[in-house]
Design a protein around this ligand. Structure first.
Ligand code: SF4
Length: 444
């Protein structure tokens, strides 16, 4: 193992404002604003557009040396005036960058000052999140911005007949799958943030600054009146749910992302318990087909060793699914440090080497000592997979070297079926490519 301090090689995380911008994109009519230098906005736009292959609208306070030394208050005020005038948003989500935080800009105070002076229109909601990247990661930036939006917009009124779901940093395909499950169960829900219809918007030939999707502001306001909030994933979703509980008395319940059969069962059973509605026959059938698929193919993956890495909530879900399939997670790694995550993963996979706040060089060192059969994680692991000559299932964020994956859910029974197919057949493809010709089997 390479001994090192203060050096990260191939990090498994990126910067807080990226997650904050992603959260804003899941709010209808919201312009994400990055308070800092242009390079920060360029970086996060590039990374998000490479993953989603979609247009990512973002504005920036466009710092130069003067703002980094004397503060960027003037730039932020002018930027907000320009955004309102030119882009006519319903909401603006301001995230701060490293330089703005280092100089000590108080974005919330600057917006309050503008509000106090009466220069901001009443119908534009502006919320802020403190997101310096010398702590946390894109996941904590996402969580902070979701919490800030909900804290700022939710308003207590008459009770509604809905539940809240804070889905975390999952793909548009995942959100569509959660909506399908809710519709099958006849449950009304407010999903916040909702990037479906924004980051998987149909090609119409017309460029829209604000896509049709995203959680409407009225629905976010109504979150204060729902019966319960399900936070799917502790790291990305729980802070906002706890904020609603504290401020508006909406009880918060944390569930793992519904990845794999057990986590999906738990999600469905909780929905059934809260709503009093039975699990529909169609879902029971889906589950049964998944079990049948798993039985048909289990010999291909049973007992295989895996390295799982990426964002904590997704990694936790994938680890649970792997254990459910009979795969042995040998290494489980996240770049977003969280003691709670480490404890949970050690409970799910007691024999795994759990790396909390690690990088891919750590994983490489470990895999050289004891290799695995398969890796599951984002695109950054492809070089390691090639060097170690092993298959990689791309899952999580970012996926930069394969197209369309964000359209295919990994949540729910159908997501588990897709993942099981990918794992089983990828292992078989790898075997076919590596066996000598005389051992190439037709029937597996
Ligand atoms: S300076 Fe900070 S906020 Fe800007 S891109 Fe780099 S890590 Fe992200």
């Amino acid at each position: 193992m390479t001994e090192r301090k203060n050096l990260v090689v191939n990090p498994v995380k990126t910067c807080q404002p990226l997650g904050a911008v992603l959260a804003c994109l899941g709010i209808h009519g919201c312009m994400p604003h990055s308070h800092g230098s242009q390079g920060c906005a360029s970086y996060l736009r590039m990374q998000l557009s490479r993953h989603f292959r979609e247009f990512i609208p973002t504005t920036t306070s466009s710092f130069s040396e003067a703002q980094v030394v004397f503060g960027g208050s003037g730039n932020l005020k002018q930027a907000i005036r320009n955004i309102i005038h030119i882009y006519k948003p319903q909401a603006i989500g301001v995230s701060t960058t490293c330089s703005a935080e280092t100089i000590g800009d108080d974005a919330e105070g600057i917006i309050a000052e503008m509000r106090g002076s009466g220069e901001l229109p009443e119908d534009v909601v502006i919320f802020t999140a403190s997101t310096p990247s010398y702590k946390g990661s894109h996941v904590t930036g996402f969580a902070s911005m979701v919490k800030s939006a909900v804290d700022s917009i939710a308003v207590k009124g008459a009770a509604n007949d809905k539940i809240n779901i804070i889905p975390g940093m999952i793909s548009p395909g995942d959100i569509r799958e959660i909506k399908r499950l809710l519709a099958l169960m006849g449950i009304k829900a407010i999903i916040m943030p909702d990037i479906s219809g924004v980051l998987d918007a149909p090609m119409t030939g017309k460029l829209k600054l604000y896509q049709d999707g995203g959680t409407p502001l009225e629905e976010i306001a109504d979150m204060a009146n729902s019966s319960i909030t399900f936070a799917l994933g502790q790291e990305a979703s729980l802070p906002a749910a706890l904020g609603l509980e504290e401020k508006h008395g909406v009880s918060a319940e944390m569930l793992p992302l519904p990845i794999g059969i057990e986590n999906t069962d738990r999600f469905i059973m909780e929905l059934s318990r809260i709503s009093g509605k039975p699990v529909p026959a169609q879902l029971e059938e889906e589950r049964g087909r998944l079990v049948d698929m798993m039985l048909d193919a289990h010999a291909h993956w049973y007992g295989k060793k895996a390295a799982i890495y990426g964002d904590p909530d997704i990694v936790e879900g994938i680890t649970a699914m792997a254990v459910g399939l009979g795969i042995e997670p040998l290494y489980v790694l996240t770049g977003t440090k969280s003691n709670r995550w480490e404890e949970t993963v050690k409970t799910i996979a007691p024999n795994a080497h759990v790396i909390n706040g690690g990088d891919l060089l750590t994983l490489k060192d470990l895999m050289k000592e004891q290799p695995v059969d398969i890796m599951l994680g984002n695109s950054h692991g492809k070089f390691l997979a090639k060097e170690m000559d092993m298959p990689l299932i791309r899952v999580g964020f970012p996926i930069l070297d394969r197209a369309n994956l964000q359209h295919f859910p990994v949540v729910g029974y159908s997501g588990a079926a897709w993942l099981a197919e990918r794992i089983g057949n990828t292992l078989l493809d790898w075997k076919d490519a590596h066996v000598p010709d005389h051992m190439l089997e037709l029937i597996m």
